[in-house]
Design a protein around this ligand. Structure first.
Ligand SMILES: NC(=O)c1ccc[n+]([C@@H]2O[C@H](COP(=O)([O-])OP(=O)(O)OC[C@H]3O[C@@H](n4cnc5c(N)ncnc54)[C@H](OP(=O)(O)O)[C@@H]3O)[C@@H](O)[C@H]2O)c1
Length: 292
């Protein structure tokens, strides 16, 4: 099966390319080769490449910057997703699309289900939600996979930031009142390839919106502590810095983050046979790769 991956230079995009099963022929395009916000480019590339499946890993992911360049965030996350979905639907090509826990308000205290009401607190989440709605409206054969707190060896993410800060500081404050589930880019890529294989084998899939993250839930503070402990074990850091728990209000950011963005991932297991891995094991894999 011939698969087109957009946003191929991103964290998830690069893992999708790295982990592509041998029985798929994969073409990955970065933003300079296919700008999904450009409708003409989308139409011409898709008609020329004739993929049998599209995986959209492209997105505007600068959560804070999105507050000031909202037009760009909407152009990529909403219109870009819509462009892909419209072209896919016109040619009968299914689409696997990635979305985010930031579509939720964060006011809950139980894991969010797919049927729970959305209510993004910032432009990034709102633009991603608009993208979800556009994909669902334009392209009936879609899987929208909402994920959270993505990390991996490629690209920028919280793990890399923590490791960089720990090089120059003995002590740092990390937010301890936001709850969520870190998720490795590799595990997202594996889940998406499993869906692609199921579609390739059956010619069909249980289309719809699903939640997928690693487990268990933690806070950024809990995540940071585990990062430092593992980094010392891998000799990436000489010693564990002191990690002081702080509140969101002590670390003001342009975009308000949800205090609770834990998602219930039972539906994707039940309908699509995708199970959750432990982010601490996924982190070990990432650091092992970095330590070599
Ligand atoms: N990162 C997270 O913590 C997180 C959390 C939840 C959900 N997600 C979702 O997971 C998916 C993958 O995110 P990620 O972490 O892999 O993000 P990422 O590393 O920022 O990668 C996104 C990629 O999209 C590309 N892109 C931006 N604008 C584009 C455009 N107009 N046309 C084509 N490509 C474009 C970027 O290329 P340039 O760099 O060249 O612009 C970048 O390579 C996204 O849907 C994101 O919303 C991410």
């Amino acid at each position: 099966m011939h698969v087109l991956i957009t946003g191929a230079q991103g964290q998830v995009g690069q893992e999708l390319i790295r982990l592509a099963p041998a029985d798929f022929s994969v073409i990955g395009l970065g933003s300079s080769e296919l700008d999904i916000s450009n409708p003409e480019q989308v139409v011409s590339q898709i008609s020329e490449l004739k993929p049998q499946l599209i995986i959209n890993a492209a997105a505007y992911t600068a959560v804070d910057k999105a507050e000031t360049v909202s037009e760009r965030a909407y152009a990529v996350n909403a219109k870009g997703a819509e462009n892909l979905a419209a072209s896919s639907a016109a040619l009968g090509i299914p689409m696997l699309h990635i979305s985010t826990d930031y579509v939720f308000s964060g006011d809950a205290s139980a894991p969010y289900k797919e049927t729970d009401s959305t209510g993004p607190t910032g432009i990034y989440g709102a633009s991603k939600l608009a993208g979800e709605l556009a994909v669902a409206k334009q392209c009936a054969q879609h899987v929208i996979m909402r994920t959270s707190w993505v990390f991996g060896a490629q690209g920028n993410n919280f793990v890399k930031t923590m490791l960089r800060l720990a090089q120059s500081r003995d002590e740092l404050g990390v937010v301890a009142d936001q709850h969520g589930c870190p998720t490795s880019a590799a595990s997202i890529a594996k889940a998406l390839w499993s869906l692609a294989s199921q579609y390739s084998n059956k010619g069909n899939l249980n289309w719809g919106i699903y939640h997928f993250s690693n487990m268990p839930a933690t806070t950024w503070h809990g995540f940071a502590e585990e990062i430092f402990n593992q980094a010392v074990a891998f000799k990436i850091l000489a010693k564990v810095p002191q990690v002081n728990p702080i509140n969101t209000q002590d670390y003001p950011t342009p975009a308000r983050r949800p205090a609770w963005s834990v998602m219930d991932c039972s539906l994707i297991e039940e309908k699509l046979n995708i199970t959750q891995s432990d982010w601490r094991d996924e982190l070990r894999e990432m650091l092992k790769e970095m330590a070599i």
